[in-house]
Design a protein around this ligand. Sequence first.
Ligand SMILES: Cc1cc2nc3c(=O)[nH]c(=O)nc-3n(C[C@H](O)[C@H](O)[C@H](O)COP(=O)(O)OP(=O)(O)OC[C@H]3O[C@@H](n4cnc5c(N)ncnc54)[C@H](O)[C@@H]3O)c2cc1C
Length: 308
Amino acid sequence: MASLLTAEDRAALSGHFADRVAFDEPLAPYTWWRIGGPADALVCVDSNADAAFVLRLCFKRRLPWFVLGLGSNVLVGDGGIRGLVLRLGGSFGELDVRDEGPVVAVAAGASVQLALLTAQAASKGALGVESLAGIPGSVGGALFMNAGTDREIGEFVREVWVHTLTKPDVHPVGVQYYYRHTTLARDAIVARVTLAFERGDPAAVRASMQERLVRRKRTQPVGQPNAGSCFRNPPGAKAGALIESVGAKGWRSGGAEVSALHANFIVNVANAKALDVTTLLARVRRAVRDACDVDLQLEVHLVGEFVA
Ligand SMILES: Cc1cc2nc3c(=O)[nH]c(=O)nc-3n(C[C@H](O)[C@H](O)[C@H](O)COP(=O)(O)OP(=O)(O)OC[C@H]3O[C@@H](n4cnc5c(N)ncnc54)[C@H](O)[C@@H]3O)c2cc1C
């Protein structure tokens, strides 16, 4: 697929980001599935000033952009992504966890790994943080997805700061949280969040977290490239159980396979293409619709172009 960027766009990006921008960069290494074609430009956005700059540039030159977190919930098409792919780093990686009386208060930049946040908050006794343990994303991705298990990140949020096209400088927004989605504008770049947890016994929180991590290792194909649950749980049911009931475990398309360990996971077993995964997703969805009369909805985000 032809790049959308003109020589002028490239010069403007190189002028500001220097070696923090890579053109025609394959995205597979940046995703958990290890799948995906090239981005026209992959840009390392390290500060609020960078984020505001890039949004103003996108506005001025009418360029599309996509924010990639740690890539643990996305399937990037084999044709890659046109326009800019933004990865946050630098000052977006700052994390502060402190006691505030009966509360454990967390201030986290969007590129902080959830694993680091949960470990530090647990050691202060943050009650409920164990529900986020083992989710392999960034804070920005977790917020955008309202990630969680029995409890979700949105439950603990105090404040969220974002950059948007109409207001490129960082500013606070109000957000409502639902099962695996939120009211955040689609063009919002989450910059940082503050969270508050009731304070409990650190040893008990750590033990509960450990137990959950062990359970994950037993029940999820952690050693194989995957993107977690592919489909959302429909009301009153588990997507994994429905998929298992149609005998889908082990179904294969090219290099992608429905995990034998957890039917709602698709694993990349042999250099899978995005097309292999979408073929499997469609087959699973059709089988569940025919056998169970349930229309499964995707949890993973499909992004970019699926025709190489
Ligand atoms: C083994 C495994 C287990 C998992 N278990 C769980 C689980 O128990 N519960 C759960 O909820 N999820 C789970 N997931 C899915 C995934 O880890 C979460 O959805 C996670 O929050 C995604 O974060 P990310 O940084 O990887 O986001 P990405 O996958 O990179 O992006 C996901 C979406 O968030 C957007 N996004 C990312 N960062 C930002 C930002 N700064 N601003 C605006 N938008 C942004 C992206 O544009 C994209 O639309 C699992 C995944 C794996 C691989």
